[in-house]
Design a protein around this ligand. Sequence first.
Ligand code: ZN
Length: 443
Amino acid sequence: MATRLSFLGAAGEVTGSCYLFDTGSVKFLVDCGMFQGGRDAQRKNRRFAFDPRQIAFVLLSHAHIDHSGLLPRLAAQGFTGPVYATAATGELLAVMLPDSAHLQEKEAEHEGTTPLYSVADAQACLSLLRQAEYGVAFRPLEGVPGAHGGVRCVFRDAGHILGSAIIELFLSDGKIVFSGDLGQPGRPIVEDPTPIEEADVLLVESTYGDRNHKSLVQTLDELAFALNDTLASRRGNVVIPSFAVGRTQEILYYIAELRRQGRIPAAEVYVDSPMAAAATRITLRHAKLPDLERVRFTESLEESMRINSVRAGAIIISASGMCEGGRIRHHLRYNLPRPECAVVFVGFQAAGTLGRRIVDGAKSVRLFREICPVRAKIFTINGLSAHADRDALLGWLGNFRRPPRQTWVVHGEPLAAQSLKDEIVQRLHWRAGVPDGGDCVAL
Ligand SMILES: [Zn+2]
C-alpha cells in the first residue's frame, strides 16, 4: 500500500502545522502545532483528526508554538512515543511549552472553560523528547517494541530559528522532503537554509510566497535612524516590542553591530522578559552573539518596574511582540504619552492586536483600563523576518537537480501559497499543488 499523507494544519494558512503519514504499518506526525488567531483556532485545537494512541512517533521541525504547541495535548490524550527534535529545539521547548500551558490555563480560567493542557501536561510531554542531530540519519522506530522499521530520516538546518530543521524522510515510496519554516539567507545567529538536491515528494512553506523583504542594508539604516533620532536628537527612550525567541536575539545582535560601527550612541539596553532572557541564554550555548555587556536582563517584577523611572537614553526590548500581553504594556504606558520617546515595531502586527492599532496611527489606546495618548514617534521596520521571502524560496527550490514527482505548497495564506505554486509551475515546470486543510493524498 502507498503511504497516505494528510494535511491536518498549515494548509491554506500559516498556523497549526501538522502532517500525518500512514505507511499502512505505522502512523506518525511531522509537527504538532497549535492553530493561532482566527475564529476557528480554538475549535481546531480541541479535536485531533486521529487517535493519539495510534501515533508511533513525532518529527518536530522547530520550537515555534504553531509547530509544537499541541504536543502536550497529544501526550495527555495517550501518545507515548518519542518526539524527535534537535537539542536546541528541545531546550527552547522546555521554556516555551510550560509558558504556553500557563497562558492556556489563565485564558481558560478567564473564560470559564477547561485549558487545552496544563503546565503538568507540558512538563510530562518534555520527557518524550529524543535528540536528532543535523546531518545524522536515524530510524525513529529503532528500539520501539513490536515496531518494524522502514522509516529513516535526516534533519538539516533550516536557518529559520535556533534549532530549526528541514526534514528528509526515506520511506518505501521514495524520499519525502519537508522544508519546515525556511530562514532568509544572510541573517545572523542562524545559518543559511541547507540546500537539498533531491526529493520524490516535496512539502515547501510559502509564508512569503508572494513577496520580497526589504534589503538588510535598508532595514539596518531604518533601525539606526530610529535609534539616533530618539536617543540623540530627541533624548527619549526607545521601546521595542519583540518576540522573545529569535527576534529579540537578532535585535540585540544588530544593536551591538550598529554600536560597534559607531552608527548609534551608547545606550542602556534592557531586555525585560523572562522568556527572552531564557531564550538568549539558550542561544548563547549554541551560537555566537556579540558583546552583551551593556545589556541588562531583568527577571523580577521589581527590576522591571525600576525601568519605569528611566526617562531617557534607554532601549527597552520586551514581549509580547504584538503588545497583546506581558511587560511590554507597562513600558508602553510610560513611554507612549511622551513625544520625545519612540516605539519601534520590528515584527508583523496582526489585525486586531494593540500593536496593529498603534502602527495604524491610533491617537490613543486603552492600557490597563485607562486611555493612553499616543504622542511617541512610531517606527515600523518591516525588513526583519525569520522566513525566506519569495526570491529566497525560489532560490532554495533551484537547488533541486531534478523536479520532485509532486510538490505541495503549504504553510501560507491562500494568496501567498497560490502565487508560489504558480511560480513553481511556470518557472520551474514542476508539478505543484496547494492542498486544503484535511486533504489526504497517496504518495
Ligand atoms: Zn516558525
